[in-house]
Design a protein around this ligand. Structure first.
Ligand code: SIN
Length: 542
C-alpha cells in the first residue's frame, strides 16, 4: 500500500452508519472505508432486536417521541427526537431498497405489513426485525452493495491511529479534518489516508467494561481520536447496561434480546419469583436502566450469580422460529429455552454519550462527521430507548451524506501532510504489559463505574486511571504501534472520560446512578456534560 492515498470521502468503520453513508456519498466521489478487522466485525452485525419505526396504523410519531423522551430522563433534545422519529418510515424504505428483508406479519388481525416486536420502554409494537438477527441482515445487504460499488474501496485490517487535522499538520489556518493516520496491520506501517471530509462511524466502547455484549472491536476508537483531535464530546457517564446477557462461563456475554420480554418472557429469581413488578409499573418491559438496576439489586440482595429469564410458557415452535439465533446458541450451551429458563446477568451494551454533533452529523471540528454509536446527537439523553440506535445511525448517516455532498466541491484540497513520525520506537516483546493494563481498566470500570456508582468508587477509579494513563503513554511512544496498543490507549482515554463525566454529575438520572446522590436534581443537572480536550468534564448550562 502507498504511504499516502487521497480520496474524496474517508469513512472509518463498517457498521450501519459507515456503510450507509459510503453508499450515499459515492454518488459524488471516490470513497475509502477503513475498518480495523473484517468488514463484518461490527456491533451492527450482532444487533438482535431490530429497528424502531412508526409503521403501524395504531402507532404515531407522537407516541414514539414520547417514549424516547421518557426513557431519556429529561436530557433528550426534542428537536432531534422528532427529526429522527419522523424519518423512521423513510429509512425503512431506504433499507428495503438496499435489499434488507424484514419479517412480515402473519396475523391477519394485525392490520400491518410487518411483524412488529416490542421492547422495554415502548408503549406500542414498533420494532421491525429479521427474526432475531436484524443487524446481520442489514450488514449483509449494505455490505453486498458496498463491495459491488465501483467508487468505494474497502480497506480491511487497517486500524485508524489518529485523525489528521490542519493544526496537527502544522498549518496556521482554522483547524479542520484532513483524514487519518492508519496502521496497515499486515505490514505494521502507518499510512496517510487524506480526504477533505471524514466520517467517523467507529461504534461504541463496550470493551471498556469487563462484561459486555459488544464485539471485540468496540474499544471507543472514534471517541478517543475525536477527543484528541479537539472535537467536543458529551454525556459519557451514560453507559447503558443490557439487563439480559447469557450467564455461562463460555458464552462471552451473548445477548438475550429484550424482544423475548416483548413476547412475554418473565424475569424471575432462582426461586421462581417474578420480581420486576416490584420495581416498575411496566414490570418486565420497564426501561432498560430500571431493569438492569433491579437485577443488580436482586443479585446483591441474594448473593446469587444470575437471575432467570423464562419464556417456557410460549409455544416451542414459535420460540424456535422467532428466536432461532438465541435458541441455537443456548442449545449449544446445553440450555433448551423452550423447556427451561435462561440464566442471565446485565452487561455493558451501549454508549449513549459520544462525539457531539449537530443535526447534520457534523462535529465542532469542521469537515469531521460522526454517526452511529460513536456520536452524541441528543437523541438518547440519559438512557437510550431500545432499538432506536440503528435508526439513529441511519438518519444521521443520511443527513451527514447530504451535507457532505453539498459542501464537498467547495472545500480546499488537503495539501501536503507530514508522514507518521515513528521516532525511536522499537518492537516490544512484552505483550503482557498491554494485557495487564487492559484487564485492570475493564475490571475497575466494572466494579467502580458500573450500574451503581458512589463518590468513593469514582474517586478510586479516577486515581487508577491517572496512574495507568502515565504507564500507557510511556509505552505508546516508546514502542512500535500494534492494533492492541492502539486499542489500549483509546480504551484508557474513554475510561478517563467516563469517570470524569460521572464524577461531575452529582445526582442520579437515567443510566447514571450514584448512591451518594440518589435523587434527580433538575435544578443543577438537567443539562449535558461537556468534555473538551485539556479540560475537566463540566455540566453545560442550557
Ligand atoms: C436487544 O435485542 O435487546 C437489543 C436491542 C437494542 O439494544 O436496541
Amino acid at each position: 500500500m502507498p504511504a499516502s492515498q487521497r480520496f474524496d470521502f474517508l469513512v472509518i468503520g463498517s457498521g450501519i452508519a459507515g456503510l450507509f453513508y459510503a453508499l450515499r456519498v459515492a454518488e459524488a466521489g471516490q470513497v475509502a472505508i477503513v475498518t480495523k478487522k473484517a468488514a463484518t466485525d461490527s456491533a451492527t452485525d450482532w444487533a438482535q432486536g431490530g429497528i424502531a419505526a412508526v409503521v403501524a396504523p395504531e402507532d404515531s410519531f407522537e407516541d414514539h417521541v414520547r417514549d424516547t423522551l421518557n426513557a431519556g430522563a429529561g436530557l433528550c433534545r426534542e428537536d432531534v427526537v422528532r427529526a429522527v422519529v419522523e424519518r423512521g418510515p423513510h429509512m425503512i424504505e431506504a433499507l428495503r431498497k438496499h435489499g434488507v428483508e424484514f419479517d412480515r406479519s402473519v396475523d391477519p388481525m394485525q392490520n400491518v405489513e410487518f411483524d412488529l416486536g416490542r421492547e422495554g420502554g415502548h408503549t406500542k409494537r414498533r420494532v421491525l426485525h429479521h427474526r432475531d438477527a436484524t443487524g446481520h441482515e442489514i450488514e449483509r445487504s449494505l455490505l453486498a452493495q458496498v463491495r459491488a460499488h465501483p467508487r468505494i474501496r474497502m480497506f480491511e485490517n487497517c486500524c485508524a491511529v489518529d485523525l489528521i487535522t490542519s493544526h496537527r499538520a502544522g498549518r496556521n489556518e482554522p483547524d479542520r479534518a484532513l483524514g487519518a493516520y492508519v496502521l496497515e496491520n499486515a505490514s505494521g506501517r502507518v499510512r496517510r489516508f487524506l480526504a477533505p471530509i471524514t466520517m467517523l462511524a467507529t461504534g461504541g466502547a463496550g470493551k471498556v467494561y469487563l462484561y459486555t455484549s459488544n464485539p471485540d472491536v468496540a474499544s471507543g476508537d472514534g471517541m478517543a481520536m475525536a477527543y484528541r483531535a479537539g472535537a467536543s464530546l458529551s454525556n459519557m457517564e451514560f453507559m447503558q447496561f443490557h439487563p439480559t446477557c447469557l450467564f455461562h462461563p463460555e458464552a462471552k456475554s451473548f445477548l438475550i434480546s429484550e424482544a423475548l420480554r416483548g413476547e412475554g418472557a418473565i424475569l424471575r429469581t432462582q426461586e421462581g419469583f417474578a420480581f420486576m413488578s416490584l420495581h416498575h409499573e411496566m414490570a418486565d418491559l420497564a426501561p432498560r436502566d430500571v431493569v438492569a438496576r433491579a437485577i443488580d439489586t436482586e443479585l446483591k440482595r441474594s448473593g446469587a450469580d444470575y437471575v432467570l429469564l423464562d419464556i417456557t410458557h410460549r409455544d416451542p415452535a414459535y420460540i424456535r422460529n422467532r428466536f432461532p439465533t438465541i435458541f441455537q446458541r443456548c442449545i449449544a450451551f446445553g440450555i433448551d429455552i423452550t423447556r427451561e429458563a435462561i440464566p442471565v446477568v446485565p452487561a455493558m451494551h451501549y454508549s449513549c454519550g459520544g462525539v457531539r454533533t449537530n443535526l447534520e452529523g457534523e462535529t465542532d471540528l469542521p469537515n469531521l462527521f460522526v454517526a452511529g454509536e460513536a456520536a452524541c446527537t441528543g437523541l438518547h439523553g440519559a438512557n437510550r430507548l431500545a432499538s432506536n440506535s440503528l435508526l439513529e445511525g441511519l438518519v444521521f448517516a443520511d443527513a451527514a451524506a447530504t451535507e457532505s455532498i453539498r459542501r464537498f466541491g467547495s472545500i480546499e484540497d488537503c495539501g501536503e501532510v507530514p508522514g507518521w513520525d515513528e521516532g525511536d520506537a522499537t518492537d516490544s516483546h512484552e505483550a503482557v504489559i498491554i494485557t495487564q493494563n487492559w484487564d485492570e481498566i475493564r475490571r475497575f470500570m466494572w466494579n467502580y463505574v458500573g450500574i451503581v456508582r458512589s463518590d468513593r468508587r469514582l474517586e478510586r477509579a479516577h486515581h487508577r486511571i491517572e496512574l495507568l494513563k502515565g504507564e500507557i503513554n510511556d509505552y505508546y511512544w516508546n514502542f512500535r504501534l500494534t492494533p492492541d496498543l492502539i486499542e489500549l490507549r483509546n480504551l484508557a482515554t474513554v475510561a478517563e472520560l467516563v469517570i470524569d463525566s460521572a464524577r461531575s454529575r452529582k445526582e442520579s438520572r437515567g443510566l447514571h446512578y450514584n448512591l451518594d446522590h440518589p435523587e434527580r436534581d433538575d435544578e443543577h443537572f438537567r443539562c449535558n456534560t461537556l468534555l473538551q480536550r485539556g479540560e475537566r468534564a463540566r455540566p453545560e448550562p442550557t
